[in-house]
Design a protein around this ligand. Structure first.
Ligand code: PMP
Ligand code: GLU
Length: 400
């Protein structure tokens, strides 16, 4: 279409959102669909956070705020970084945006020129490469395998760096694999980054609080403070506090970068909702005991899904350390035929068949850059997971 810009023609709609929407539409049309595509916790936002939002409305906090959020919120974020990550940011080194997604968007738009390269370990969250492409940059995928734990190492990182490398995006625990980097693994990557002073790092810690089996989370600028001056430490309330709909994400980083991100945002959304900001203050300053129960529940679901998937001929699945996703391989299903005689040529065919034959919505590995896999979000009830696994087993057994 002549109307559309070159920039928008380079990108596609978010495949995770597309699959979630498709499942919701099928459900609305009366089909029996189990949605395992959405990347959001199924728990409700805790009551003390909702009450804080209601109180903010009653107090009349319904007007514009500063671009990067109220003083109360930026101070709560500084306190969070200090308390939980041992990283000291001042309140003018804090960005507050409409979700972690907008943090990434603003940072990339503010820094990436055509031709600049952004290193992205794959499998990656679907939005990283598209935001880079929107800015005209070149996303450089760094493929990993299940055998590598879906993690990059120092040698692979050093090899991928070129004079055009502007950023490395590091996400731990990761979407879509749940893989998480240990402190030692981060230290190994940090050594390479110290040798390459022109490379900046976007650290996406949004799944920080969702780790299992005693895994100790660490953030890059905490492990190697010398990298703080070129690290953007990204986080948000979506996952840890089950606040996806409130749209609050934030980051700490060098002041010039934070100011440039504020420029971008001041010309687009201005700021995220004043009410959501008040809720985020309550989230960050409030109790976190509820997370113990959430983690226990997520770990049980993860264990159940991994065991069930590994018992299905054709599928293999690693047990990840964090987030609420698993990323099984469907290699054993590739090349087989459905009862209707259609060949399953790749993971997109597999997930389409799964949705059409049995009404289970998952997301194809192609969307995350490493095939043939698919992503299951286990942030749903055990009952739904039991039924979904039974259906996936049925679909795999029917392939010849
Ligand atoms: N980073 C990762 C890795 C994610 O999975 C998501 C969630 N969907 C985000 C960032 C952004 O989430 P939000 O915009 O809701 O803060
Ligand atoms: N990030 C989540 C996911 O991976 C939510 C959807 C999106 O923002 O793309 O499903």
């Amino acid at each position: 279409m002549a109307l559309l810009s070159q920039a928008v023609r380079r990108i596609k709609p978010s495949p995770t959102i597309a699959m979630t929407t498709r499942a919701a539409e099928m459900k609305a049309a009366g089909r029996d669909v189990i949605g395992l595509a959405a990347g959001e916790p199924d728990f409700d936002t805790p009551d003390h956070i909702k009450e804080a939002a209601i109180a903010a409305i009653r107090r009349g906090e319904t007007k514009y705020t500063p671009v990067h959020g109220t003083k109360a919120l930026r101070e709560a974020i500084c306190a969070k970084f200090r308390r939980e990550n041992g990283i000291a940011y001042t309140s003018d080194e804090i960005a507050v945006c409409g979700g972690g997604k907008q943090v990434l968007f603003n940072a990339i738009l503010a820094t990436v020129d055509p031709g600049d390269e952004v290193l992205i370990p794959a499998p990656y969250w679907v939005s990283y490469p598209d935001i880079v492409m929107l800015a005209g940059g070149a996303p450089i995928a760094m493929p990993t395998t299940a055998e590598m734990g879906f993690k990059i190492g120092p040698v692979q990182l050093q090899r991928a760096i070129t004079p055009r490398t502007k950023w490395l995006i590091l996400n731990s625990p990761a979407n879509p694999t749940g893989a998480a980097y240990t402190r030692d693994e981060l230290a190994g990557l940090a050594k390479v980054l110290l040798r390459n002073p022109k490379v900046w790092v976007m650290v996406d810690d949004i799944y920080e609080h969702l780790t299992y089996d005693g895994f100790q989370f660490a953030s890059l600028a905490q492990v190697e403070p010398a990298l703080k001056s070129r690290t953007l430490t990204i986080n948000g309330v979506s996952k840890a506090y089950s606040m996806t709909g409130w749209r609050v994400g934030y980051a700490g980083g060098p002041i010039d970068l934070i100011k440039a991100m504020a420029n971008v945002q001041s010309q687009s959304t201005t700021h995220t909702s004043s009410i959501s900001q008040a809720a985020a203050v309550a989230a960050l300053n409030g109790p976190m005991e509820f997370l113990t129960g959430w983690r226990k529940s997520f770990a049980e679901r993860r264990d159940f899904v991994v065991d069930r998937l590994n018992a299905i001929p054709g599928l293999t699945c690693k047990k990840p350390q964090g987030a609420f996703y698993v990323y099984p391989s469907c290699q054993g299903a590739i090349g087989k035929k459905t009862q209707q005689g259609k060949t399953i040529a790749n993971d997109s065919d597999f997930v389409t068949y799964l949705l059409e034959a049995e009404g289970v919505a998952v997301v194809q590995g192609a969307a995350f850059g490493v095939e043939p896999y698919f992503r299951i979000s286990y942030a749903t009830s055990m009952k739904a997971l039991e039924e979904a696994c039974a259906r996936i087993a049925r679909v795999c057994a029917a392939l010849k």
